[in-house]
Design a protein around this ligand. Structure first.
Ligand SMILES: [Zn+2]
Length: 103
């Protein structure tokens, strides 16, 4: 357990946000996303999304493509401001209008 800086409530260390007041418990959140399993050229890569929540860092989202191997490394990276990150969120949330014709 640790103490939330927002409300002083007890928060389990594995929580990213305080369940009582919603304050972020970390200044940087990172998630990795796997490539589509049927796109062969993307195997061995991962998309890393880092969300910087403040502190000394400016609020932004950083997207980077990582390749594995003996020394995993970022092949490319770009940072989005909050407005562009929200636009990306809306883009990904839109339902596909293309339906598969395969049964
Ligand atoms: Zn709190």
């Amino acid at each position: 357990m640790r103490t939330c800086g927002g409300c002083s409530g007890d928060v389990d260390a594995r929580f990213r946000f305080c369940p009582w007041c919603g304050a972020p418990q970390r200044l940087k959140l990172v998630e990795f996303f796997h490539p589509h399993p049927l796109v062969e050229s993307d195997q061995g890569k991962a998309l890393r999304v880092s969300r910087y929540l403040g502190g000394e860092a400016v609020l932004h989202v950083r997207l980077s493509v990582w390749s594995d191997g003996p020394a995993p490394r970022a092949e490319a990276a770009i940072s989005l401001d909050e407005e562009e990150a929200e636009r990306l969120t809306r883009f990904l949330a839109e339902p596909s209008t293309v339906q598969s014709t395969q049964a």
